[in-house]
Write a protein that binds this ligand. Structure first.
Ligand code: MN
Length: 739
């Protein structure tokens, strides 16, 4: 298991030889770093008995194999000098410049883990101290890598070499180092897209964490090696013939390397025996152009029968660690499953080296830079959110289970970062911020644009949640076919809300609704809740409130009943007054508008179209030439700018005329869906209101409706608007303001 000498280490000459196109000044830098590190570590030994310096060269060699730039390789050679020798960071800065000093300093800082504090008898505090240590470490890593991601690349190379030589460590240390590697470093490499390192770290850790399983899988793979190679050779031949016939040349076809840990993962995840997993053949086809990728895909699908549902186009839709490839699976001639990955060389490098590809020697890959910038800004965000988390447990759990998995980061309008699993929607976002925001979520704007609530959040989206005062989550949100919510948090909160629609909530909601209704009617001081309950035939107030809250008693039922009662009372008192004095007949109200004009009766009265005043609103008259008086709302902008004030005249609403209708413009904004217009018009028709015109415009699934309604009263309008507001998918229903 352990090699007697460190086979990964190289001498200077072979290190330099492994770098293509290296410039003289870079060669000089690496040479100086090499000798500086060798002198500094002189006399130090590793656990294996070898000179310590071999480790430094091995780390540099790993970085060289990743084709990293000269500065990173030099930093790899020097990565341990500040920690373990007399050479200080300041000295490095003088000798090698700021960048190398910063890189070495960063790696050194990452190494200084806080010690595990005294372990108390209780298991809990032990967990806490382990967590604190991990938290501190991750935080440090995030901080340091924000400055220069290459720090983490050196650190990963360092860890990789230490894992390769872990056999020399005492057994108890092997396990804890392997655990740490599995928990922190392998996910980090994955996050950065460096698959090459990720796989190796995982396999090496797995070997120490679950040696039995590791050995069983390794042995099985070994036994089948000849088989597999034979098989690949056959498939290759067949495919190459076909590709040749189609003019696709210089294609690289290999068996996809099998990683032991990934096989183990597949076994546990899919609950399959080993035989079935390693029977799955993996092929990788690397071509020169994107067009060829799709051509190869067509040829593969032509040669063998594709397995439905197994095709993934990560070229059109890259994974969020920027991985690109075409994936498909086919049944081969013997009916066995073959998984095929198709990619260009460029994609291949990206996949193998991830973020490290940016510093690779080969120039001319400028189009990578955009993806690279995204990565860096992503890392910076990771770094920023770290210190704000107070709870250590939560922080480590977040980082370990979520940050390193497939996460999508979006921001609130205040710039707070919200991390959610890929596929999360604005609803998940809303519930993540606050349960109440989730419950009241009515719509969402992404980067200022209204989007459907099942919109899938993208990295970096700015999300603004639109809420309503009333209402709660819809049953639809739990419907898996509609993709409204993916997080368990959101789903459990929605379920909870729906379940809790019990009596006490209904009573509270009913009380609010009743109070609103009575205020609207202007009778809140004249009647008691109890008397209204009796009016509607309820003995107990709570029963009445619960019925309102549950929607069994509607606002209009209350309004009608209360108004009826008010009228009856008024009629009684008028009858009493009648006994004392004769009733005046001159109400002065205009019969077509319901407006009475102070001091100048008999004028022709129009209601202004710009602001469509309604009874109960403050109004003012404006004498127009030849057209009598036009009545505006006092807050109408057209009245504010008026200079000719002598043409203004006081007007007031006359006695309500039940026959009178007012044209009111209304705007409804909603997520477009089937049946929306029908539902809205049903609500309006139920109120016996006529719609005199409708205009609908739809843009990107957002429907805007402009309606002209023939409304009898302000109360009626409010009722209609609040009912429309409660229709699922309606974002807002409001009276259109004068413009
Ligand atoms: Mn080291």
């Amino acid at each position: 298991m352990v090699s007697p000498i460190d086979i990964y280490s190289r001498d200077l000459e072979s290190l330099l030889d492994s770098l293509q196109d290296i410039k003289p000044n870079e060669q000089d830098l690496i040479t100086r770093a090499y000798y500086r590190a060798e002198t500094a570590h002189e006399g130090q030994k590793r656990k294996s008995g070898e000179p310590y310096f071999t480790h430094c060269v091995a780390v540099a060699s790993i970085l060289a194999d990743m084709n990293m730039d000269a500065e990173t390789i030099a930093a790899g050679l020097l990565h341990d000098v500040a920690e373990d020798t007399d050479v200080s960071v300041d000295m490095l800065r003088e000798e090698f410049g700021t960048t190398i000093a910063l890189l070495v300093d960063g790696v050194t800082k990452l190494k200084n883990l806080p010690p595990i504090k005294n372990v108390s008898p209780s298991g809990d505090s032990r967990r806490t101290s382990t967590i604190n240590r991990e938290m501190e470490y991750i935080r440090k890593m995030l901080m340091t890598m924000g400055d220069d991601v290459r720090v983490v690349l050196v650190k990963l190379a360092d860890r990789l070499h230490n894992m390769r030589t872990l056999g020399y460590m005492p057994e108890h240390k092997q396990k804890s180092i392997a655990r740490e590697t599995m928990d922190i470093f392998a996910p980090l490499a994955n996050r950065l897209g460096i698959w090459q390192i990720k796989w190796e770290l995982e396999d090496l850790s797995f070997r120490y964490l679950n040696n039995d399983a590791y050995r069983a899988i390794a042995k099985a793979l070994d036994e089948r090696r000849a088989d597999r190679e034979n098989y690949v050779a056959n498939v290759r031949k067949k495919l190459i013939t076909e590709l040749d016939a189609n003019g696709i040349e210089n294609v690289n076809i290999t068996a996809r390397p099998k990683h032991i840990f990934s096989i183990y993962n597949k076994m546990t995840r899919k609950d399959l025996p080993l035989e079935q997993i390693y029977d799955i053949r993996g092929m990788r086809v690397i071509v020169n152009t994107l067009t060829e990728c799709y051509m190869v895909l067509g040829i593969v699908h032509n040669l063998w029968r594709p397995i439905p549902g197994e095709f993934d186009d990560y070229v059109a839709n890259p994974k969020d660690n920027f991985y690109r490839s075409l994936h498909t699976a086919v049944h081969d001639d013997a009916g066995k499953t073959v998984e095929v990955q198709i990619r260009t060389w460029e994609m291949h490098e990206d996949a193998e080296y991830g973020i490290a590809a940016h510093w690779r020697y080969k120039e001319g890959n400028r189009q990578h830079d955009k993806a690279f910038e995204q990565r860096v800004s992503y890392l910076r965000r990771l770094m920023e959110f770290g210190p704000e988390v107070n709870d250590a447990t939560q922080f480590v759990d977040t980082v370990k289970s979520e940050v390193f998995q497939d996460r999508v980061y979006s921001v609130t309008p205040n710039g707070d970062i919200i991390d959610l699993p890929v596929g999360a929607t604005p609803i998940d976002f809303a519930y993540h911020i606050h349960t109440d925001i989730g419950n009241r979520c009515r719509g969402a704007k992404i980067n200022g644009r209204l989007v459907p609530l099942n919109y899938k959040l993208n990295m970096g989206d700015q999300v603004e949640i639109l809420t309503s005062k009333r209402g709660g989550p819809s049953m639809d949100w739990l419907n898996p076919d509609l993709d409204y919510s993916v997080t368990t948090r959101a789903r459990s909160k929605i379920r909870h809300w729906l379940r809790k629609q019990n009596r006490s909530k209904h009573i509270a909601m009913g009380r609010d609704a009743l109070e609103r209704e009575l205020k609207r009617l202007g009778v809140i001081d004249k009647v008691t809740f109890e008397s209204v309950a009796h009016l509607l035939g309820f003995d107990k107030l709570d029963d009445f409130l619960a019925a309102i809250g549950a929607g069994d008693v509607t606002g209009s039922q209350i309004t009608n009943r209360v108004l009826e009662e008010e009228r009856r009372k008024k009629a009684e008192s008028v009858q009493e007054e009648d006994l004392l004095k004769p009733r005046s007949k001159s109400s002065g109200a205009n019969t077509t508008t319901g407006v009475s004009i102070m001091g100048a009766g008999g004028l022709l009265v129009n209601l202004a179209r710009c602001c469509s005043p309604m009874p109960g609103e403050e109004i003012i008259g404006y004498i127009t030439r030849g057209r009598g008086v036009t009545v505006h709302r006092t807050d109408c902008p057209n009245m504010q700018s008026l200079k000719d004030t002598e043409r203004l005249i006081d007007v007031s609403w006359g006695k309500a005329d039940e026959e009178q209708r007012y044209i009111v413009p209304v705007e409804v904004v909603a997520y477009d869906r089937e049946g929306l217009l029908r539902e809205i018009s049903t609500i309006i028709a139920d109120q016996k209101v006529n719609i005199s015109s409708v205009e609908v415009s739809t843009r990107q699934h957002i429907a805007t409706l402009h309606l002209l309604l023939e409304i009898a009263s302000n109360q009626q309008l409010t009722r209609i608007l609040s009912k429309i507001d409660c229709i699922p998918s309606v974002v807002e229903a409001r009276r259109r303001n004068p413009s």
